[in-house]
Design a binder for this molecule. Structure first.
Ligand code: NAD
Ligand code: ISE
Length: 333
């Protein structure tokens, strides 16, 4: 499979390297980035061609499938072009930055009649989250009652806004909640408490997000993007008869000088490195069989709709109103 990649920044470059060296059955064949120097450097490193426009990648007959890793506000339009060209696409999260734009993608793919789009919610491929899901599904801890989540980034670039803490970061917990519980989120309340002195001017950080599902499960998420000490993502799912915990993995305990240290991953790149490979490998294996699975555009739409409600909340309970779910998305692959 020849993969065309649009966006060669942080994650785009890493996905290209993974396609070149860690995913069987695929190679990065063509790339595009508005930063032509950046695109040229990674293309030269992996032997891919460089296109002049994003749409040239989508329309290239030598490109079997497209991977979109440009900024979130470019995604919906590019995914629509892939659907119009009947080309499979893995779109990094978020599917869109507004629910209106995401819904247009849902409608376009539903009208097309078969799935072409997978959304990059890679936590569904993380061995730790898979273990949490498997314990819940096995019935060992009874039915799910509550989910407690922590999502801490050491820092974010100056361009990272308060809205992005919800659309770019909490969107992962929103998807994990929907996927783990197989329930829709119907309401949210977001509280901004005491401000971190290390947060950039205008960035509200940290915050507490409360999500309510249609079955009444309460989910709390601490989002803190200036935690400094490392990348810390964990959760505890509380069931009727027990709990299952996803701890922050340690990268190796060091005992010396009368003390013991348990280093943790510095960033999402390292923490989820295996999940990204497994996500890409599953996508490519599906392409070879002519099947698209994994997180769908419905999942992308629902996640964006909840994130949008989080943005509107500002301390008050805000409901999430989803459109009708097309039959194409009624069973989770
Ligand atoms: P980045 O800023 O490092 O890279 C974005 C790249 O897109 C840049 O090279 C930029 O020049 C390029 N670009 C900008 N406009 C473009 C356009 N119109 N067409 C083509 N290229 C364009 O950002 P990033 O951290 O790599 O994030 C990219 C996307 O991946 C975002 O949607 C982000 O949410 C997502 N992401 C997902 C994860 C995850 O864990 N799944 C992690 C990081 C980023
Ligand atoms: C980033 O875009 C990601 O997707 C990471 O997984 C997340 O932890 C981070 O907060 C986002 O900015």
């Amino acid at each position: 499979m020849n993969i065309g990649v649009i966006g060669t920044g942080n994650i785009g470059t890493e996905h290209i390297r993974r396609l070149a060296g860690h995913v069987s059955g695929a190679r990065p064949g063509a790339v595009f980035d508005v930063d032509t120097e950046r695109a040229g450097a990674i293309a030269a490193a992996v032997g891919a061609s460089v296109h002049r426009e994003a749409h040239d990648v989508i329309d290239d007959p030598a490109v079997d499938a497209v991977l979109i890793a440009s900024p979130g506000d470019t995604h919906a339009e590019l995914v629509l072009a892939c659907i119009a060209a009947d080309k499979p696409v893995l779109c990094e999260k978020p599917l869109a930055t507004t629910s209106g734009a995401a819904l247009k993608v849902v409608e376009a793919e539903a009208a097309h009649g078969r799935r072409l789009v997978q959304v990059g919610f890679m936590r569904r491929y993380d061995p730790g989250y898979l273990q949490v899901k498997s314990v819940l599904d096995s019935g060992q801890i009874g039915e799910a009652l509550m989910l407690h989540c922590v999502h801490r980034n050491p820092s974010v670039p100056p361009t990272f806004t308060t809205d992005m803490t919800l659309t770019d970061s909490v969107v992962h917990e929103i998807d994990v909640t929907r996927w783990l519980l197989d329930q829709e989120i119907v309401a949210t309340t977001v509280l901004g408490g005491r401000q971190s002195p290390l947060a950039a001017d205008g960035l509200r950080d940290p915050k507490l997000v409360l999500l309510e599902t249609d079955a009444g499960v309460l989910v709390d998420v601490e989002i803190f993007v200036n935690a400094r000490y490392g990348y810390d993502v964990r959760c505890e799912l509380v069931g009727a008869t027990g709990t299952v915990t996803l701890d922050t993995p340690s990268t190796g305990t060091v005992t010396r000088n009368g003390g013991r240290a348990q280093p943790i991953h510095p960033d999402w790149q390292e923490r989820f490195s295996q999940a990204y490979v497994d996500e890409l490998q599953a996508w490519v294996a599906g392409l070879a069989r002519g099947v698209t699975g994994g997180p769908s555009v419905w999942d992308g739409y629902a996640a964006t709709a909840v994130a949008e409600a989080c943005i509107s909340s500002r301390g008050t309970r805000t409901t999430v109103d989803l459109a009708d779910r097309p039959s194409l998305y009624r069973s989770t692959p």
